[in-house]
Design a protein around this ligand. Structure first.
Ligand SMILES: *Cc1c(COP(=O)(O)O)cnc(C)c1O
Length: 370
């Protein structure tokens, strides 16, 4: 890891944690693992995450968009990559040319890809997306066999996989997941009857990978678990998974303010008595939310952020840490001494889920790897 001291704020990613988590997922399931690295590897940085995931035993990676797949190919990553989402017509040719697999759910998509692939003298790799209850992407189960047949009978198409996605696998109640699984299995049975089962059958996100072994088929598609975070409070990872990300900054200035002094825009906070206020070079342009109730770690203690979050800076109340000095490292996510502030703690303060916290980390925050 190169020295982070040169930065105002930075994110530390522990690649060994990612490798460890993927290895656990491989061992737990015994099937192929597609590491989902959309949204810049859930904010961790896609390329280093993929390298660590492959090291841990993943054989595929999943992205949302072709630009994300191209970033991996440009970095020399040559494992199979599936675009889980929609590929704009203009980009289909480049997906085929770069051996990037695409999700497909309409005859138009299949025909279009077939023509492009034929012109290139290659095959378009397609995974049939079936909507079994998420009501997002995919064709209805009744239409699956017909589209599969047209893929099988088109020489420039490689019918590589069939998949679906769960809406409620992270909840205690398993009813919906079981219904979706049953629906998906009916599609598989029909495909099998026509001797049209493709090589890859996949359904499980992290939550289903953890809680629903019946949904593993021959590949799982974990995202959040790769990064060592729980799919939900009702669906926790085993304790040997490790969170990979820490977010840090430093104290840029400390001042002693008299009683009654307003702090930050709008003076929403004002000092009750003489107070030590520290300034930190991190703000909402880095993905730190402009809400009340934020906390950070200084000298191993949780202390409050006071006043409004600015674009590039925040202020903190240092009275409980008299030993704090300018230049001290401050933890926004991670641990310091005995204390820790997890992604889930921050998600609770921000009234959202851990997924949104990590995906919202600003592009301008440098990522450092170890
Ligand atoms: C994002 C995504 C995943 C991974 O979901 P997690 O909940 O992060 O494990 C898997 N499959 C599809 C289709 C996705 O969009």
């Amino acid at each position: 890891m190169h020295s982070p001291e040169q930065y105002s704020t930075w994110i530390e990613v522990d690649c060994t944690a990612i490798e460890n988590n993927v290895r656990l997922l491989c061992r737990m399931t015994g099937v192929a693992v597609m590491a989902v690295v959309k949204a810049n590897g859930y904010g961790h940085g896609a390329v280093p995450v993929v390298r660590a995931a492959l090291q841990g035993g993943a054989t595929w990676c999943g992205v949302a968009r072709i630009e994300e797949a191209m970033e991996l190919r440009s970095a020399g990553i040559d494992c199979p990559i599936l675009i889980l989402g929609f590929t704009p017509w203009e980009k289909v040719e480049s997906a085929i040319a770069n051996d990037i697999s695409m999700a497909a759910w309409t005859a138009d998509q299949v025909n279009f890809a077939a023509v492009k692939a034929q012109n290139l003298g290659r095959k378009a790799r397609l995974h049939l997306k079936v909507d079994t209850g998420m009501s997002r992407l995919g064709l209805s189960p009744e239409d699956a066999v017909a589209l599969a047949r047209s893929m099988v009978h088109t020489p420039s198409i490689s019918f590589e996989g069939v998949f679906t996605h769960f809406a409620r696998a992270d909840e205690k109640d398993q009813f919906t997941t079981q219904q979706q699984e049953r629906c998906f299995r009916e599609v598989l049975t029909s495909l099998s009857a026509g001797d049209m089962l493709p090589p890859w059958i996949h359904a499980a996100n992290s939550a289903a990978t953890i809680s629903h072994p019946n949904t593993w088929f021959n590949m799982v598609r974990p995202g959040i678990a790769v990064y060592g975070l729980d799919p939900s409070p009702d669906c926790r990872l085993p304790s040997d998974f490790r969170s990979a990300l820490a977010w840090k900054t430093v104290i840029s200035q400390i001042k002693r303010l008299p009683a009654g002094r307003g702090v930050s825009y709008g003076h929403e906070y004002s000092t009750a008595s003489e107070e030590r206020i520290g300034t930190l070079p991190v703000g909402y342009a880095d993905g730190y939310r402009r809400v009340a109730g934020n906390k950070v770690l200084v000298r191993g203690k949780q202390i409050p952020v006071v006043g409004r979050v600015c674009m590039d800076q925040i202020m903190v109340q240092l009275d409980s840490v008299p030993e704090a000095r300018e230049g001290d490292e401050v933890v926004l996510i991670g641990s310091q001494g005995e204390e820790s502030l997890t992604v889930d703690n921050l998600a609770a303060i921000w009234r959202t889920v851990n997924y949104e916290v990590i995906c919202g980390l600003g592009a301008r925050v440098p990522r450092v790897y170890r």
